[in-house]
Write a new protein. Structure first.
Ligand SMILES: NC(=O)c1ccc[n+]([C@@H]2O[C@H](COP(=O)([O-])OP(=O)(O)OC[C@H]3O[C@@H](n4cnc5c(N)ncnc54)[C@H](O)[C@@H]3O)[C@@H](O)[C@H]2O)c1
Length: 526
């Protein structure tokens, strides 16, 4: 059976209800937001072109703009106070909703893999407020144990207080971990993306601040759900960080300001490159039979669109996000190339994942400007891992190396040579780690009760990534509006999964999963 046949299709009424609530323009289409979360009216594909001037210079960037009016602190305390009763740490005094200087803020980690362990370490390294890790959740005992041992044995080990009774395993472990918290504490979501909306809804219900890793979504229905949840979180004055750490790279922050102030003129072309050998779990040979197919797909989440958006979303979203930030707009459409060149592992067994080996996506902005995102996972080919902007007066190196590597720089003309250098970022040593900065910024916002919600722009970065991936996989030009209105959900019912649930994507008799066939499968990705 074709994988697409098993996707859950939301009813038409649901889409209309959603779009009526969120952002329908008078033309019946969707408002598109710029890269800082500002609403732009009149979707350009509906006949009323947005003035290019709107995109030119936004010198006063509010990077953490919250889309909704926060409720008062008093209302928030009233609402969230009810939830406080009956938390697992019942001995802890009834909370301040916001962490103040000397209040202990508790953290739970949901998804105890590589990034989760790193995020917990970053969080516990922050000095502004006393923080303690009090619970951990995973679907694999060995992952949780390894993460615990690493954290406990590290420099922040004294801030790890997770006894056996607060180590939770299973698909409901996230609830048990968050039940250990009081309103105003922080939950970290670092599982593969399919679970984000489920956890976020529960955290909002419990009045928790959140840090969640990128990407946030792989399809439109969950994107719409996350946008709604983002507004709910802001309405409850919850602070939410998203792991698109470029936004917290101090060099890139200054670069964005300079570009938006016109230092290199009008932006015409952006280029993102992530081209290197195979990474993560992007290539998979057949399911070995254990653990269950579902758990195995979770372990190899880069191989499956439902779990990660595939390698395109997971690997390239940082460049997608920060290039659009420099442009201060999200693209309105995409067309793309991509293909599978080498589909046998070194031992001769076939790779059965859903990824292309190469992608080249051409995004178009409303003012006609372009953004090319090139990705390749092939060893032995030319490697480039950086990003660039070209404007009418000059050019910029955005990420010098990697996802967001310092320094950023600007140049006269189109060659990035030293003789043409206009500016190069100089960031003090203590602020060079964007993974730490994103935690300092989140904790500052909690402590000072500043609006802070990065979800909406995280969803847009995820949707723009998915639009590009889908354009490559189908061989069709796709608009952001078409993507937004799409009804295909890749992991339906994820909120009800148990350890015995079947995988949302099943292999055929030969152990192969459905793969994209551009031009043949035009409506669905596989
Ligand atoms: N911002 C960055 O630079 C960056 C870097 C790496 C990873 N990430 C993101 O972090 C996320 C995790 O990546 P990773 O490399 O740490 O992967 P990982 O496989 O090492 O860790 C994921 C963990 O989540 C657990 N898990 C999966 N489903 C779960 C569920 N339903 N409930 C509880 N636990 C569950 C897994 O068992 C695993 O331990 C991904 O979304 C990835 O894109 C971001």
């Amino acid at each position: 059976m074709d994988g697409a046949g098993r996707h859950c299709l939301a009813g038409r009424g649901q889409i209309i209800a959603w779009s009526a609530k969120l952002s329908v323009t008078k033309f019946g289409g969707l408002n598109v937001r710029d890269a800082n979360g500002r609403a732009r009216r009149n979707h350009p594909h509906l006949g009323s072109l947005t003035s290019s001037a709107r995109f030119k210079r936004h010198s006063n960037i509010d990077m953490n703009k919250s889309p909704a009016n926060p409720t008062t602190r008093r209302e928030f305390l009233k609402n969230t106070g009810r939830l406080a009763a009956g938390t697992a740490l019942a001995g802890v005094a009834i909370p301040q909703v916001y962490a103040a200087e000397n209040n202990l803020t508790q953290i739970v980690l949901i998804g105890c893999g590589g990034r989760g362990t790193g995020a917990a370490m970053n969080a516990l390294s922050v000095q502004q407020v006393p923080l303690k890790l009090v619970a951990m959740a995973d679907v694999f005992q060995n992952r949780l144990d390894a993460s615990y041992d690493r954290l406990k044995g590290s420099a922040i080990g004294t801030k790890v207080d997770v006894p056996a009774e607060r180590k939770f395993i299973g698909f409901d472990a996230y609830q048990k971990a968050m039940d250990c918290l009081k309103p105003g504490d922080i939950a970290i979501f670092t599982t593969p993306l399919a679970f984000r909306w489920v956890y976020f809804a529960y955290a909002i219900q419990k009045g928790l601040h959140v840090f969640m890793e990128k990407p946030l979504t792989a399809d439109a229905p969950t994107s719409r759900r996350m946008l709604k949840l983002a507004a709910e979180a802001s309405a409850k004055n919850l602070k939410v960080g998203v792991g698109l750490m470029s936004r917290h790279n101090r060099g890139m922050q200054e670069l964005a300001q300079r570009i938006h102030d016109g230092e290199i003129g009008d932006l015409i072309l952006l280029r993102g490159y992530r081209m290197h050998g195979p990474g993560g779990s992007a290539y998979s040979t057949k399911w070995p039979g254990s653990p269950s197919e579902l758990l195995w797909q979770i372990q190899r989440f880069h191989s499956f669109i439902w779990a990660s958006g595939g390698c395109f979303n997971d690997f390239y979203i940082h460049h997608v996000d920060h290039c659009c930030w420099m442009k201060n707009a999200w693209p309105v459409k995409a067309q793309a190339l991509g293909g599978r060149h080498y589909r046998l592992s070194p031992d001769g067994s076939p790779f059965v994942d859903q990824n292309f080996d190469v992608y080249s996506v051409e995004y178009t902005f409303a003012d006609g400007g372009k953004f090319i995102m090139d990705g390749r996972c092939i060893a032995g080919a030319h490697e480039i891992y950086s990003s660039y902007a070209q404007g009418s007066k000059g050019n910029a190196v955005i990420s010098n190396a990697g996802d967001c590597g310092l320094p950023s720089s600007t140049y006269k003309g189109q060659n990035p040579d030293r003789a043409s250098l206009l500016w190069e970022s100089k960031v003090p040593p203590g602020e060079r780690d964007p993974y730490l900065n994103e935690w300092r910024d989140l904790i500052d916002a909690i402590r000072n009760d500043q609006p802070y919600n990065e979800v909406e722009r995280g969803v847009y970065a995820s949707m723009v990534s998915s639009m590009g991936r889908r354009a490559a996989h189908t061989g069709q030009e796709i608009t952001l509006e078409q993507f937004l209105n799409s009804e295909t959900e890749y992991a339906p019912g994820v909120d009800k999964w148990t350890m015995d649930s079947p995988a949302p994507l099943l292999a055929d008799a030969n152990g192969r999963y459905p793969v994209p066939q551009p031009g043949i499968k035009r409506e669905s990705e596989f």
